[in-house]
Write a protein that binds this ligand. Structure first.
Ligand SMILES: O=C(O)CCC(=O)C(=O)O
Ligand SMILES: [Mn+2]
Length: 209
């Protein structure tokens, strides 16, 4: 799907990727005071859970808290584990409509991640599960401490780094997931919490709910 993000109140989007996909950042998507309120609300509304994952045959605990939220019946396999969604909270649902408005895309679910400090992270991966479709639009909102988001091209190995500020939106679309992986690396620089919300559309025909 082709996105037209240019008409958002004259605010300027920055294209982060040089080729093979699109990742557009709007650093000032939400005002500071609204972002502060949303950050506090999400941290208390969401039933944060620590999840296990299997990495190289070893069971480990993910270094972050997370919660999968979505419309009834939308299930999603993530880190090898099928998850049924938690119901929408008021704040997550309101933000869904803001993301739909600014992207022109539809979202039926969101993966919420809470990085408690710089020790929490997410390793290299792509949001390329079959149920997201071949060219998913993913709207990623960040709140709290700034963290560096890295892209790495699957073939050339080129890496691109971008800092995601409080109240920002990063929209990945086109062939981004097919060509690039991304991560949030551990860092000694960050000690304060950060919340990230990735809004997605999970296709019903791929559901195994
Ligand atoms: O925390 C972030 O900015 C990225 C999260 C992410 O990649 C994901 O939820 O799939
Ligand atoms: Mn991801």
């Amino acid at each position: 799907m082709k996105l037209d993000l240019e008409h958002s109140d004259g605010k300027s989007w920055q294209e982060i990727l040089p080729y093979d996909g699109s990742a557009r950042l709007l650093p000032t998507f939400l005002p500071r005071d609204a972002s502060d309120r949303i950050f506090a609300a999400i941290r208390s509304e969401v039933p944060w859970t620590s999840h296990d994952l299997v990495l190289f045959g070893k069971k480990m605990t993910e270094p972050r808290l997370s919660c999968w939220v979505g419309d009834t019946g939308v299930s999603y396999t993530y880190s090898g584990v099928r998850r049924a969604p938690e119901p929408w909270t008021k704040t997550l649902d309101e933000l869904r409509y803001s993301c739909e408005e600014v992207t022109g895309a539809k979202f039926n679910s969101v993966l919420a991640n809470l990085y408690r400090s710089g020790d929490d992270a997410m390793g290299w991966h792509a949001d390329d599960e079959p149920e997201l479709g071949p060219e998913p639009v993913i709207a990623s909102l960040s709140f709290g401490d700034e963290r560096r988001f890295d892209f790495r091209h699957r073939v050339s190995g080129e890496t691109i780094n971008v800092v995601l500020p409080h109240g920002s939106i990063l929209v990945m679309s086109g062939t981004t997931q097919a060509n690039w992986k991304h991560r949030i690396a551990r860092t000694k620089r960050s000690t304060a919490p950060r919340v990230n919300l990735t809004y997605r559309f999970v296709h019903a025909e791929q559901n195994h709910a």
